[in-house]
Design a protein around this ligand. Structure first.
Ligand SMILES: Nc1nc2c(c(=O)[nH]1)N[C@H]1C(S)=C(S)[C@@H](COP(=O)(O)O)O[C@H]1N2
Ligand SMILES: [Mo]
Length: 256
């Protein structure tokens, strides 16, 4: 259970205990208890609201709403020999590594991922650069992959390591990566997508696999996934801010 959910459940329990006290005159006449009850109520409401806020679903659209053109942004073809070889063989040799704070590290082929139950969703993608597009995405819920791997105690974030260097550097510091917390990781619309608009995910949009994390802005939706790492923090990775664009000044939580 993640910490915000734990906090929420704890506040519910406190709230319930407080509610049973409300009927007791002697106690409610006491000002301290009274203000305590009011505070608890406020806390419960706050926790509930923020939790519902994070867990609410993004709007889903219909086939009729699909954008005729879905722009590709950032990397549109990773510039490495490794990626070129994977693409040449139609990603037969590609594996998604799942490691870090997990009980059972995984190495999953595209065929493995397609054997999981899949989810299809038509959503609007919003890029900070000021454009949006509606697309249909098919993939495996991240929650199912995490369930198979099994989280270890201390797990708080999921890091997505990508195949592309958006900024070409000698030390590899320009490699694209992203991170989300467990609230988003277990959100029902958070999927590892291998299909777009009814076809295999095109190279320009992140083949063979990309993240869809529908409650957040475009740059969180890491393309060209190679490795998923479960961690207790993201501070030690790259620039320490949790993502390629975050390291260059963007918000880590890019909620929409
Ligand atoms: N690996 C990788 N993921 C990435 C990017 C990138 O350059 N490399 N660009 C991000 C940005 S800013 C956006 S808006 C979306 C664009 O997705 P699209 O090319 O499918 O439109 O991917 C995001 N994920
Ligand atoms: Mo973007």
């Amino acid at each position: 259970m993640n910490s915000s959910r734990r906090r929420f459940l704890r506040s519910l329990a406190t709230g319930a205990a407080a509610a049973t006290l409300v009927g007791c005159d002697r106690l409610s006449q006491n000002n301290t208890v009274d203000s305590l009850l009011r505070q608890t109520e406020k806390l419960t409401r706050g926790a509930q609201r923020s939790l519902q806020g994070r867990q609410a679903l993004a709007t889903e659209f219909t086939e009729a709403d699909l954008s005729p053109v879905f722009r590709a942004n950032g990397t549109q073809m990773p510039d490495s020999d490794e990626y070129a070889h994977l693409l040449e063989r139609n990603f037969i040799d590609w594996r998604l590594q799942v490691g870090g704070l997990v009980q059972r590290p995984q190495s999953l082929s595209l065929a493995d991922l397609k054997r999981f139950p899949s989810r299809t969703q038509i959503t609007r993608h919003d890029c900070v650069e000021g454009w949006s597009a509606i697309g249909k995405w098919q993939g495996v819920p991240l929650a199912l992959v995490l369930h198979v791997a099994g989280l270890k105690p201390g797990a708080r974030y999921v890091i997505f390591h990508c195949a592309d260097e958006l900024e070409q550097t000698l030390d590899g510091s320009g490699r694209y990566y992203e991170s989300i917390d467990l609230v988003d990781a277990y959100h029902p619309q958070t999927i590892l997508a291998y299909g777009m608009n009814g076809k295999d995910l095109p190279v320009a949009h992140g083949a063979p696999l990309r993240l869809r994390v529908e409650r957040q802005l475009g740059y969180k939706h890491a393309k060209y996934l190679m490795r998923i790492e479960v961690t207790d923090s993201y501070g030690a990775l790259f620039g320490g801010k949790g993502g390629y664009w975050e390291d260059r000044g963007y918000e880590w939580y890019a909620g929409i």
